[in-house]
Each structure stands twice: as structure tokens, then as C-alpha cells.
Design a protein around this ligand. Structure first.
Ligand SMILES: [Zn+2]
Length: 174
């Protein structure tokens, strides 16, 4: 993995706090398996900075103001980008980010680690899901969401693999 000189945050395991403009980026990080927090909407910049330092998370932001904090060069990842696609790509290249780390091990809505759903959870969280799929089903106990290998999850897996292909640009030619 590419090292970031002088960084104060661990590169393994990578952990993130995304600003509230980057909810989509945060959700993709969670889908890939990274512990990724989102702030309460309206949190002041100082609060974001303090949280990221206290919790040892990279602060991923599209807000140029956050670069003004003294320690910003060491743990703020500023992604100007034009859109989420550009930001996801820049994040990938700057951290050599593996999007296939542990797909669908965290809830994309709330960051809670997922676990194999019990029959009771399947019935409680989404009655009828047993008829939808015989494959593995995972549950989030926090927001009572179920995930399973349907077409939506397959599309997201393909997207993760496509984002990993961006890293090939970093590899020396064979
Ligand atoms: Zn959840």
C-alpha cells in the first residue's frame, strides 16, 4: 500500500469519517467493508476535525475550509472532484484503496457490521424474503435492513470490481 508521509491516521485498518456532502462516497466505502462514519448534519468543522483525530479516522471532505486546520495535511483527504465519480477515483488512487476488501460486511446505511440473518430476523425485518432468495442473507440489527445476493447486490459487486480496476493505473507495466 502506498504510504502517506507524516500521516497521523493508520493505513491499516483504514477508517474514515466523510463530510455530509459525501454521503454517496461514504456508502460505497461501507459497501466495500470500511468502517466509515458520517457526522450529524450541520456539525461544525471543528467537531469533524476533533472526531476524526479522536477516532483515528481519515477525514474525507469536499470542503476546502477543512484544509485550514493546522494538522489537516496529516489526516484530511480533500477531494475537490467534480462529482462523486471523480472523488471515488481520486480516493482510490491516493490510498491505493481496495474496493473488494470485505464487500457487504457492513450496512451501507448505518455502518453497523452485518451478520448472517436468522430465520426470525428474516421474518421480522422483511416478511417474505425467504421466498426471494435461497442464498445467504445478512442483517443489520441497527436499521433492520436485510441484504442478499439479488440483482442489486450483484450490480454493486460489479461496480466495486470496476472501481478496483482504477488501481491498475498505479501498477508498473509487466
Ligand atoms: Zn444499518
Amino acid at each position: 500500500m502506498k504510504l502517506i508521509e507524516g500521516s497521523l491516521c493508520p493505513l491499516s485498518p483504514l477508517r474514515f469519517l466523510c463530510d455530509e456532502m459525501l454521503i454517496n462516497v461514504a456508502q460505497w466505502l461501507r459497501v466495500a467493508g470500511y468502517d466509515t462514519a458520517l457526522p450529524t448534519p450541520g456539525s461544525p468543522d471543528r467537531h469533524l476535525v476533533d472526531c476524526s483525530r479522536a477516532e483515528q479516522r481519515w477525514l474525507v471532505t469536499a470542503d476546502a475550509d477543512l484544509r485550514e486546520f493546522v494538522c489537516a495535511p496529516f489526516y484530511v483527504l480533500y477531494l475537490p472532484g467534480g462529482d462523486d465519480e471523480a472523488r471515488l477515483k481520486e480516493l482510490t488512487l491516493r490510498l491505493d484503496l481496495d474496493w473488494c476488501l470485505a464487500p457487504f460486511s457492513r450496512c451501507k446505511n448505518c455502518n453497523t457490521p452485518l451478520h448472517p440473518a436468522s430465520e426470525r430476523e428474516k421474518q421480522l425485518f422483511r416478511p417474505g424474503v425467504r421466498g426471494v432468495s435461497n442464498e445467504a442473507v445478512w442483517a443489520c440489527v441497527t436499521c433492520r435492513q436485510l441484504y442478499w445476493e439479488g440483482s442489486h447486490v450483484r450490480r454493486m459487486r460489479s461496480r466495486l470490481e470496476a472501481m478496483n480496476a482504477w488501481r491498475d493505473a498505479l501498477r508498473p507495466p509487466p
